[in-house]
Write a protein that binds this ligand. Structure first.
Ligand SMILES: C[C@@H](N)C(=O)N[C@H](C)C(=O)O
Ligand SMILES: [Zn+2]
Length: 269
């Protein structure tokens, strides 16, 4: 069993303390983790708890802001603490009752994946995905502006990135490598093919337009964001003012522990 890491890791810990990571808005400030015990997080695979929830684990593919599979994502699975997964199952019940389904983009995120993000963010020349994912924000500012958490609540196993999809779900087009990049801030019909409802921006669009309460998105997107937030808040999750897709389970079992197990079925249990 890989033990959780303390994050007394120089750059990562320094960034966490200096920037507050995703500690803005509704999210509490991340506290420096204590020396980590050797504990098993008790993760479950979300589809084992609720196979009605759609999954599109972008960091296990090249369809993400880094432009390649991210370190630690060995399988396209959503791992979560049992508590968060059960809560999400209840949110899915409520979503289906209003004709919509949840679709998760990211769940538990190993610390090595955050390290990969930070390493990528520190390479100004690796800007191949800028036109799509952060067209108006310099990559060197992604951490300071709160779009990348360091450390990230995702590594505690009870935080999810997700959206809403109509039921029955429209077909999702395959994302072709080498496709022309379209800004995530573009109109719904022009953005990266995704079967989700219009949220005003694509997922992982690092831009002020993604701020949950932005008044610069259209009325449909505003209503869809309100609906997602309402469903998640009622289910015990806390949103984040910088990213409409990011929610942390309020009663998380590991509020101070950051794990580094890879995303693979054998990390559950
Ligand atoms: C990278 C994005 N999907 C996200 O989750 N951002 C927050 C701030 C995080 O990294 O914790
Ligand atoms: Zn997130």
């Amino acid at each position: 069993m890989t033990s959780p890491r303390t994050l007394a890791l120089g750059l990562t810990a320094t960034l966490a303390l200096v920037t507050g990571g995703c500690g803005r808005g509704d999210e509490p400030e991340p506290t420096p983790p204590p020396p980590s015990p050797s504990v098993s997080p008790g993760f479950v695979v979300l589809s084992d708890v609720d196979d009605r929830i759609l999954t599109d684990i972008r960091y296990a593919t090249a369809a993400n802001f880094v432009g390649r599979r991210v370190d630690g994502y060995q399988e396209p699975l959503c791992l979560l603490t049992a508590r968060a997964a059960e809560a999400l199952r209840r949110v899915q019940d409520a979503a289906l009752a209003v004709g919509r389904s949840l679709k998760v983009y990211d769940c538990y995120r190993p610390q090595r994946a955050t390290d990969d993000f930070l390493h990528w963010a520190a390479q100004p020349d690796q800007d191949a995905t800028k036109a799509e994912f952060y067209p108006r924000v310099p990559k060197t500012e992604l951490v300071d502006r709160g779009y990348l958490g360091a450390p990230s609540a995702h590594s505690r196993g009870s935080t999810v990135d997700l959206t809403l999809v109509d039921v029955p779900p429209p077909e999702q087009a395959r994302v072709e490598p080498g496709r022309p990049l379209v800004a995530c801030t573009a109109l719904y019909a022009r953005r990266l093919a995704d079967n989700s409802v219009d949220m005003g921006t694509g997922f992982d669009c690092f831009d002020p337009l993604s701020h949950t309460d932005s008044d610069r998105v259209g009325p449909t997107a505003r209503e869809n964001r309100r609906q997602l937030r309402h469903l998640m808040t009622d289910g015990g999750f806390v949103g984040y003012d910088r990213e409409w897709w990011h929610f942390r389970y309020r009663d998380e079992p590991w509020p101070d522990t950051y794990f580094d197990l890879p995303v693979t079925r054998s990390s559950a249990g």
